[in-house]
Design a protein around this ligand. Structure first.
Ligand code: SF4
Length: 487
């Protein structure tokens, strides 16, 4: 059978297919529209970057075969502004969601539009915070339902085209994810202009917004968009507020043709100063930095070489809490350094989730783990997802009923404990992570036992401390017994 190719495979990362978006979601189609328009433009793709924030749409940066930057929540416009100022030759595209851009990152957005910063912003508006479970946001239409407004939203949403035009954006358009042709056309127009160019795409989110508002499938939402949309020439942004009983007004709301910020700056500054001197050549004095005062250490530090621990499981298994307790034990009670981070995908409902902890007596320069020294896995899906990170010499802790490791590299030491089964015996399966913590504590020595127990008590809900300590003890005793059998 011949291999199936993505039609925009030159610009979309086929190795990352299938993508993680839910069936019927409008984001994947919009990514394809932008990729097609970029390929049609014939421009030098090495001169493009894509910057995303956090959210379902925030995954876009990883799907384009361009330099991509997956940044922090609400901040993609700030990162993108930095890129454009540092390298004015770049074409910087921001691709992110309504919650990220207009609500959490609203301040960055309005000021970038006001200063007419040279960026193209694609704002996927699905009326809710999809990735984190469908909460209400600044664009949720009045009286529609989300997980955090089950009786309907009583607030008035942003009229996004009006907001952007009022701030002074050079180019403002709105389409829905059912209007592929117009999205591409607008993107071409945006490429031909400069300054702040903003394209809002009202996008289908059947899983979170749709099903709470009687539109359970992508098809239902596409029909709704097509029935409800009015496309106008020169529409008035005053009429662009989205409510359920009014048309979704689409079109190009602003096309001002003003010079972008960089050209305006250049025209004024170039007769007076050499602009390139502001590009980090030392002309701007860097203030001297003072050594930060060392934090007070609670107990005498326990010396430990750097250990990189990656923990993986399913959403709901308490993987994040497991890492947090290790980090707190290290910093607060052992007086060492720790860096803790979490990762979770758009498929937050039951998808693989992970957290990472780096422990050291020395300062930690880099917060992410490429090759873990220790891997803790509590679900087969997590094993499949993170297996490639297990390298020779790694120590692997698994829930022996839930993870069946296969094709491991040589020289990987595996410690297995029936953590979930033991948690059920203790009283509740949710403490499987704490059983695992006790097991790890018995078999390793980079965090002291007192420190782990103290951090555990401060990290679990009030009133459950004793129960959690019981689960910890069960795992610890299992680990001690294993250690004796092995010696
Ligand atoms: S939660 Fe909604 S926006 Fe997110 S991937 Fe699923 S359908 Fe798309």
């Amino acid at each position: 059978m011949s291999e199936i190719k993505h039609p925009s495979g030159k610009l979309v990362r086929e190795d990352r297919m299938p993508h993680i978006f839910c069936p019927g979601c409008g984001i994947g189609g919009t990514i394809s529209n932008i990729a097609e328009a970029l390929l049609e433009s014939g421009q030098d793709l090495d001169k493009f970057t894509v910057v995303s924030g956090i959210g379902c749409s925030g995954r876009a940066a990883g799907y384009f075969k361009l330099d991509g930057f997956h940044t922090t929540h609400g901040r993609p416009v700030a990162y993108a502004t930095g890129q454009k100022l540092a390298n004015p030759d770049l074409n910087v595209i921001v691709f992110s969601g309504d919650g990220d851009l207009t609500t959490i990152g609203g301040n960055h957005l309005i000021h970038a539009a006001r200063r007419n910063m040279d960026l193209i912003v694609i704002c996927i508006n699905n009326f809710n915070y999809g990735m984190t479970g469908g909460q209400m946001g600044g664009t949720t239409p009045t009286l529609t339902k989300t997980t955090t407004c089950v009786y309907g939203n009583f607030e008035t949403p942003f009229n996004v085209p009006l907001l952007m035009t009022a701030c002074g954006a050079n180019y403002v358009a709105r389409w829905t994810s059912a209007h592929s042709h117009y999205i591409k056309k607008s993107f071409h127009e945006a490429l031909e202009r400069e300054g702040f160019r903003f394209i809002e795409v009202i996008s289908a989110c059947p899983i979170n917004w749709g099903r709470r508002n009687k539109m359970r499938t992508g098809i239902d939402l596409v029909k709704f968009f097509l029935n409800q949309t009015v496309v106008k020439e020169n529409p008035d942004p005053q009429d662009a507020l989205i409510q359920m009983d009014t048309p979704i007004l689409c079109g190009v709301f602003a096309d001002e043709g003003r010079p972008g910020l960089l050209r305006s700056m250049h025209e004024v500054l170039s007769p007076k100063v050499k602009v390139e001197k502001f590009r980090g050549d030392g002309k701007i004095q860097v203030p001297e930095t003072k050594e930060e005062e060392a934090p007070e250490i609670v107990s005498s530090p326990k010396k430990v070489e750097q250990v990189k621990i990656k923990l993986g499981g399913l959403g709901g298994q308490g993987i994040a809490l497991l890492g947090l307790i290790m980090g707190r034990a290290t910093c607060i009670f052992d007086g060492n350094e720790a860096v803790y981070s979490q990762e979770y995908g758009a498929e937050a409902r039951g998808g693989a989730s992970a957290s990472s902890v780096i422990i050291s007596s020395e300062k930690i320069d880099y917060p992410y783990i490429k090759v873990p020294d220790v891997m803790v896995l509590m679900a087969q899906a997590a094993f499949r997802k993170y297996k490639s990170e297990i390298q020779p010499g790694c120590t692997l802790f698994i829930d022996k009923d839930l993870v069946k490791p296969e094709d491991l590299p040589e020289d990987v030491k595996v410690y297995a404990v029936p953590a979930t089964r033991m948690a059920e015996e203790v009283g509740r399966k949710v403490v499987a992570n704490i059983v695992m913590l006790g097991f790890i504590s018995a078999l390793t020595d980079y965090i002291s036992l007192d420190a782990v127990q103290s951090a555990l008590k401060m990290s679990v809900p009030k009133g459950t401390e004793e129960f959690n300590l019981k689960a910890f003890q069960a795992g610890y005793e299992y680990g001690e017994k294993l250690k004796k059998e092995e010696s």
